[in-house]
Design a protein around this ligand. Sequence first.
Ligand code: NDP
Length: 248
Amino acid sequence: MTIKNKVVVITGASSGIGEATAKLLADKGAKIVLGARREERLKELADEIKSNGGQVVYHVTDVVKPEDSKQLVHLAKDTFGSVDAIFLNAGIMPNSSLSELKTDEWNSMVDVNIKGVLNGIAAVLPTFTSQKSGHIITTSSVAGLKAYPGGAVYGATKWAVRDLMEVLRIESAQEGTNIRTATIYPAAINTELLETITDTNMAEGMTAMYEQYGITPDRVANVVAFALDQPEDTNINEFTIGPTSQPW
Ligand code: NDP
């Protein structure tokens, strides 16, 4: 099955990369299930997709809560009869130097960026295992590949996603469950992500960098679509994507 008619659950769908991906996949005929915390944004996006002829539902979802992720997957099955893919994309990036000791933000990043992904995997894995098919796609980051000052905890969470996705891929192949995985590593993409930074100097520095280099989130959506569109026997494991002009 190509993208058309696939049932795709997307977390972090209310803005940025998730929103762009929802629009693109809906245009290509996928049935979309949107999850995020901001209901108004989800409703607006769902209305836009429907007005363009797409099929979409949404559920207010905090990925930190395992039950919310389960309900999101249930909604997909109840509405469309199945779930074929999940894009675990919700994330936050309140970068700061470790010496600032913003420990609440460290914990929030671990909760959203790691536990949120694990909750999504746990919500969908029983279905994918029993149907012996399914596609799990995550948004890691170039911060999951390269260390940089201010990004210690954010990078650690994205590094963790890389590891658990690769192990998921290996275990699925060993267990013969035919589950595909794709981990995407974006560099500077212009979204609302920098709004999660509370350290003023860090926010200014990163904003300047994004203003210089950033590209639009539909570029990442194209990668998600590419991964989804491969034949069932083909797995796009990892994909790094960023601005041509960005040096790192
Ligand atoms: P945005 O801030 O635009 O989007 C983040 C999304 O995550 C929003 O939809 C937000 O929705 C959602 N979200 C945050 N916390 C939660 C939560 N607890 N439960 C459910 N949803 C949540 O940024 P991006 O589109 O850039 O971010 C998407 C992913 O891409 C993130 O994982 C980010 O780390 C990653 N990334 C982004 C890069 C970039 O340069 N932009 C580079 C590399 C990786 P809501 O607030 O409504 O819940």
